[in-house]
Design a protein around this ligand. Structure first.
Ligand code: DTR
Ligand code: CA
Ligand code: ZN
Ligand code: ZN
Length: 320
């Protein structure tokens, strides 16, 4: 259930949109005075938890039919790419499957461009689609992949026409060292890199014992997420371990503003965190991290729903 975005989050959204509209970078948004007269930002639609979970069920079925995983180089990964691509093609996206080779095996990135918007101002949202070989990888990272997919499908259903160009991406071989995303960034010309005004990363956003972490990178992307959760009355913490641990790393290293959301992996929730978020202190945020039990039962619905809606809010806000 999506609660109305608070006035504070909407005001922040206007500031972020104003900055980008003025041709500034996302990082400049903080300098735009509060309350500056600016066009209203279209509010993102509610992202259906049921739809996101239906994608997770499909990814689970794909893993079950392909040796129990969706890992790089295994049939379950390419089947995952094919599933996502079919949905995006049917929704009117221009899709590209980018091939790369890692450890002698062909890997695949899936890129989906939403037609329209300023090609010199691209906002990207992405997640890795591969799992480890040990299991189906439903939280890690079916959760991020399904939420990014459902947000892209919501853009299509709304026939959203943002000022900036929207691009969505699903990366291969993240579990082997962020290989696919690095391959993508390295394949871009300098000019193409400079068109990307922000990259939003979603890797594990439905952990069963969830925390609500926001990447501490670009200040405006960070504030956009923090304001959204503040509007829900959900406290957030800064994600400090994230540097270099997921697909935003290649974009950050190329000087592209990045941000993202995370609900936690192998580290244990503290008592203080359990006080603010609920759940169980002394237990890992995701006890099935990189394990065979990372199935559709390894998801906290509230966390997945909140993060999916926060994802859509940021996409709408930063691209308008
Ligand atoms: N490396 C990711 C999981 C992960 C662990 N810490 C963070 C922090 C921020 C994003 C992701 C992660 C993986 O195993 O896919
Ligand atoms: Ca929702
Ligand atoms: Zn991951
Ligand atoms: Zn992982």
């Amino acid at each position: 259930m999506k609660l109305p975005v608070s006035g504070r989050a909407m005001a922040a959204a206007v500031v972020a949109a104003t900055t980008l509209l003025a041709g500034g970078t996302i990082a400049d948004a903080a300098t735009v005075p509060q309350g500056a007269s600016a066009p209203r930002v279209a509010a993102a639609p509610d992202i259906s938890l049921a739809n996101v979970k239906a994608h997770l069920t499909q990814l689970q079925s794909i893993a079950s039919a392909n040796g129990g995983n969706r890992a790089h180089g295994r049939p379950g990964y390419k089947a995952s790419v094919d599933y996502m691509k079919a949905k995006l093609d049917a929704a009117g996206f221009t899709t590209t499957v980018q091939q790369f080779t890692y450890s002698g095996v062909t890997g695949y990135n899936l890129i989906a461009d939403w037609p329209g918007g300023d090609a010199n101002q691209v906002i990207m949202a992405g997640s890795h689609l591969d799992s480890v070989t040990a299991g189906p990888g439903i939280n890690d990272n079916g959760s991020g992949s399904a939420a990014v997919l459902e947000t892209a499908l919501a853009v299509s259903r709304a026939q959203y026409r943002p000022t900036k160009h929207l691009r969505f991406a699903w990366w291969g071989a993240e579990e082997l060292g962020m290989v696919g995303s690095r391959n993508y960034v390295n394949s871009l010309s300098t000019g193409s890199r400079q068109t990307i005004k922000g990259y939003l990363n979603f890797d594990m956003i439905g952990s069963p014992n969830p925390g609500y972490f926001v990447y501490d990178d670009d200040p405006t992307i960070e504030q956009t997420f923090k304001d959204y959760f503040a509007g829900l009355g959900v406290p957030t913490e800064i994600e400090t371990e994230g540097d270099g641990r997921s697909d935003h790393a290649a974009f950050k290293n190329a000087g592209i503003p990045v941000g993202g959301l995370f609900t936690g992996a192998e580290t244990r929730k503290t008592s203080a965190q359990a006080q603010k978020w609920g759940g169980t202190a002394g237990v890992a945020f995701d006890r099935c991290y990189h394990s065979s039990c990372d199935t559709t039962s390894n998801i906290n619905d509230t966390a997945l729903d909140r993060n999916s809606d926060a994802l859509a809010h940021a996409v709408w806000t930063l691209s308008s």
